[in-house]
Design a protein around this ligand. Structure first.
Ligand code: CO
Length: 462
């Protein structure tokens, strides 16, 4: 049996440990080395990397992608895409989704991991279709969660539908790191029985389960696991590449990773890790194990949000009540997976329900939009009373929400004449308007400075 590895140091590990602050020039030199490691793929792009490039690093995310591709031509580059939400949390019209996928593939992405927070396949179909059309690999991801409506049978049926849609592989995406070894074993087995596709496992070390979960997933037939070079592994990041290579090889699995290269990659990133530790950007706490998510069935990130929300309202004493209310709100909403933006929606509503002394006295506007069907279909049934309170006489949307949106790309492009240099710029603007605007202005100012400098030089020479 062969096991392959997706290295996440450039995307998820970077995002989970150091808030995606790794600038291109810091890892540029190691790319030609990484290109020889024998990874199944290198995950290097996604919503947070894109946002951070524009917002904090003054980098064009598209240029970063093109440079990574040029430096590692033999390795498949992978990105994370939120289906119809692209890099954010709102739905975009189909023309924008298609353009984004097309230019991502042209720019160097080989594998698009596409997911939807609610596992509503209607939110994935256009992105998947365009991926396949452009000759890239659509790895369709299941947002993993547990609830009475999330059964092995349903997950297997979902994987079957994903195969029909054109998936090149099925990824089990456990963004909260709560999937247990047993759950992974059972789920990978069920999906392997249902479809004829490679299965990829993505999890996080947060609760300490990830190494065992990865091992049991492999035992059940998982073909690819997501790991991070060891100095950027553990805690809220992925399990370590080197550790799993060592253990799986010894168990007799075929592992085609060049260990010398793999160790060189880690030696390169170690001083970078130490630098971020020294600067405080990397908090040792996020590298540790935190089992609270297992006790409360709430992802770690959501729990810290709840605590800070309550502290801000001087109500930290009500935490226990909020922790009891949170699963009730989730049940009322039809058991959505607790991932962004659902985790925030459920958390804020639970806090309001407790602090107002009456359930659903105030209903957040996002919860109302969710009840209207603007995020897609709820996995289970939404509580009828809540529906009545949230919608009043309004009718919920029953169609695919993106069908209600007008095309946007050409209109936006026309409005950016003289500002956007190319279609990639237009997409950066559509994804993050204010941040992109600032980035474009800074880029223009820098270019003008260069021109001025050159002219002055010429004049001096005369
Ligand atoms: Co992740």
């Amino acid at each position: 049996m062969k096991v392959q590895f997706t290295e996440t140091v450039l995307r998820d590990a970077n995002q989970s440990l150091i808030a995606t602050r790794l600038p291109f020039e810091k890892f540029e030199k190691i790319l030609p080395v990484m290109d020889k490691a024998g990874y199944y793929s290198v995950e290097c792009w996604g919503g947070a990397t894109f946002d951070s490039c524009l917002r904090f690093l003054n980098e064009d995310p598209w240029e970063r992608l093109h440079k990574i591709k040029a430096a590692m031509p033999n390795t498949k580059l992978q990105m994370l895409l939120r289906g119809q939400n692209l890099l954010g949390y709102k739905h975009y019209p189909d023309d924008v989704v298609r353009k984004f996928v097309e230019l991502s593939v042209k720019g160097g992405i080989d594998i698009l991991r596409i997911f939807d927070a609610l596992n509503d396949l209607r939110n994935l179909e256009v992105a998947v279709d365009e991926t396949v059309k452009n000759g890239a690999h659509a790895s369709i991801a299941i947002s993993y969660t547990t609830s009475p409506v999330h059964t092995l049978k349903k997950f297997a049926a979902l994987a079957k539908d994903m195969q029909k849609m054109g998936a090149g592989s099925i990824c089990i995406k456990d963004m909260a790191g709560v999937m247990s070894p047993k759950e992974a074993y059972d789920l990978v087995g069920a999906i392997k029985d249902a479809v004829n596709l490679p299965v990829v496992l993505h999890t996080h070390c947060t609760t300490g389960l990830a190494f065992m979960t990865a091992l049991k997933a492999v035992e059940a037939g998982a073909d690819v696991i997501d790991t991070a070079t060891s100095c950027f592994s553990g805690g809220t990041s992925q399990p370590a590449t080197e550790t799993l290579v060592y253990a799986l090889k010894q168990l007799g699995y075929e592992v085609n990773i060049d260990e010398k290269v793999m160790n060189e990659v880690n030696a390169f990133f170690k001083p970078i890790r130490d630098e971020y530790l020294a600067s405080g950007l990397l908090d040792p706490k996020v590298m540790a194990t935190d089992t609270q998510a297992l006790n409360y069935k709430i992802p770690g990130g959501m729990l810290s949000n709840l605590i800070s929300q309550l502290k801000m309202q001087n109500a930290i004493g009500r935490l226990e009540e909020v922790l009891v209310e949170t699963p009730r709100v989730r049940e009322d909403l039809g058991y959505p997976p607790l991932v962004t933006p659902m985790s925030q929606m459920v958390g804020v509503q639970a806090v309001n329900n407790v602090l107002q002394g009456e359930r659903y006295k105030i209903i957040g506007k996002e919860v109302k939009a969710y009840c209207r069907g603007e995020y897609g279909k709820a996995p289970g049934k939404i509580n009828e009373e809540l529906m009545k309170k949230a919608l009043g006489d309004e009718k919920p949307v029953t169609c695919r929400f993106a069908d209600t949106l007008e095309p946007e790309f050409e209109k936006t492009k026309a409005s950016l004449t003289g500002v956007a240099k190319n279609d990639e710029d237009v997409l950066s603007y559509i994804a993050f308007p204010q941040i992109a605007e600032k980035f474009f202005a800074a880029r223009k100012a820098a270019e003008e400075k260069v021109v001025k400098y050159t002219i002055e030089n010429i004049e001096e020479e005369k």
